[in-house]
Design a binder for this molecule. Structure first.
Ligand code: GLN
Length: 479
């Protein structure tokens, strides 16, 4: 099941042991295989045509030279624009939609020699925590096909967990890379806000959205993140910083570092099996030379409501562009302008997207704006300040669970949006504060994968991934 790592694939292609087109062909065969049984994984909404994938490449001579991703197949979430494949956001609204340009991250991965393997399933427009909100049917968790893979980047997480591709791109607005990584037993990284270009990422909540990477190992997630990072003049929120050297620092360890465990993330109500996995992770970090400290982030309890007020407000504004005139579906029977909007939206949007547009519009409306949106902005500042205080106190990283539960059965939370929203309780804070965070496999609970989350100050991805690598090694993952 396990294909060679991205690092190993790229090495073999560079030295000419393997032709540059071969790894993609093998990945496509594995993707078809994963969908052939009675319980298809359905990680992909579309698969690349290997010939056209090559054409779309920027600098794919023979995939050799110094290309860090030479020949590496990468699964790409279907809310990132590509020229050779449709970009649907798993919405009826954009069924079959072809973007006239490519996302910067896709261009960069191709320029590094990588190949887009296909476009992966997601909750419609990134709204959800299980990938069940896809208009094209759910994805199954490769570790237990009766369960969800998490979401919204569930297809990307499943593609890596099923061994189809060694690494994948996702987007993380409130946890959509880290939570599915945890539920599928793979590595997921959300970088600092501004580290990676959002140009060509279909917007959900622009002040929170960030492209992140999945890997079967920390090294593969780091390799892909390095390739897509760095300033992009096409995204005004992209930081003027060069791509960091991540792979070169992976073995730096955690000696002398201070790791904080925030009380609010290990409440008395936490599943004891998850608590045991986090305790074990902290013992491993201590054995590697880190000092462990209990800390407090007192505004954590407001994070989920704050996130849902802000994310829905921004979504209601971003999704106004789907009017039946400019993108995707248009109700053919509609005559007047208002009718085009109404009929196209009724046809194109699924129930969760409609719920969010209504919530967001309400939170921004005259008379309620200060009470909801304005107040949530102020609480967001307090949540960010909690983090700055612990960093100022000498803490280098925070260790928390990624998700309060392991993967749940398909259908279990579909009719209960609030229980679905609570899946994000440990992940939304990093988006609200703009800081980087990574989820690393930390053993199993109830026979299912469990993730440990590490968070760090902004721009500290290199030491953060070195800490993640320390955990991975001591927990018996990739040697
Ligand atoms: N599950 C969260 C939500 O539904 C986060 C989604 C995301 O990060 N894209 O909004």
């Amino acid at each position: 099941m396990t294909p060679p790592s991205a690092l190993e694939t790229a090495r073999r292609v560079r030295v000419g042991e393997v032709p540059a087109h071969r790894p993609l062909e093998e990945a496509l065969a594995r993707a078809r295989e994963a969908d052939s049984g009675s319980r298809p994984i359905h990680a992909f909404l579309s698969l690349s045509d290997p010939d056209r994938a090559q054409e779309a490449g920027v600098s794919q001579d023979d995939g050799r030279g110094s290309f860090p991703l030479a020949g590496v197949p990468v699964a790409v979430k279907d809310n990132l624009c590509t020229l050779d494949l449709p970009t649907t956001c798993a919405s009826r609204f954009l069924e079959g939609y072809r973007s006239p340009y490519e996302a910067t991250v896709v261009r960069r991965l191709r320029a590094a020699g990588g190949r887009v393997g296909g476009k992966t399933n997601l909750d419609e427009f990134g709204m959800g925590s299980s990938t069940e909100n896809s208009a094209f049917g759910p994805t199954r968790n490769p570790r237990d096909p009766s369960r969800v893979p998490g979401g919204s980047s569930g297809g990307s997480a499943a593609a890596v967990a099923a061994g189809i591709a060694p690494c994948a791109l996702g987007s993380d607005t409130g946890g959509s890379v880290r939570q599915p990584a945890a539920l599928c037993g793979v590595v997921g990284v959300k970088p600092t806000y501004g580290r990676v270009s959002r140009y060509g990422l279909v917007a959900f909540a622009s002040s929170l959205d960030q492209v992140g990477t999945f890997g079967a190992s920390v090294a593969d997630a780091a390799l892909l993140l390095e390739a897509i990072s760095g300033h992009d003049p096409r995204d005004s929120t992209s930081a003027r910083l060069p791509a960091p050297d991540l792979v070169g620092h992976l073995e730096d360890g955690v000696a002398g570092k201070v790791v904080g465990i925030p009380d609010e993330y290990v409440p008395d109500t936490l599943d004891p099996e998850i608590r045991a996995r986090i305790d074990e992770a902290s013992r491993h970090l201590a054995a590697a030379g880190a000092r462990i400290r209990r800390v407090s982030l007192p505004h954590t309890r407001y994070a989920v409501p704050t996130y849902y007020v802000l994310a829905t407000a921004e979504a209601s504004s971003n999704l106004a562009r789907y009017d039946g005139v400019r993108f995707g579906v248009r109700a053919p029977e509609a005559r007047a302008t208002q009718e085009v909007y109404e009929a196209s939206r009724s046809r194109g949007f699924g129930p969760e997207v409609v719920r969010r547009i209504i919530l967001g519009t309400f939170g921004l409306s005259a008379g309620y704006h200060d009470q909801y949106y304005g107040r949530a902005q102020r609480v967001r500042a307090l949540i960010a300040r909690d983090f700055r205080r612990v960093w100022a106190d000498g803490v280098d990283f925070l260790l928390t669970p990624t998700s309060p539960t392991p993967a749940f059965p398909l259908g279990e939370r579909s009719d209960d949006p609030v229980s679905m929203y609570l899946s994000d309780i440990f992940t939304v804070t990093a988006n609200l504060a703009g800081i980087p965070a990574v989820s690393v496999p930390a053993g199993s609970t109830h026979g299912l994968p469990c993730g440990a989350q590490l968070l760090s100050p902004a721009w500290h991805e290199a030491p953060l991934l070195a800490a993640a690598r320390t955990l991975e090694r001591s927990l018996g993952g990739e040697q």
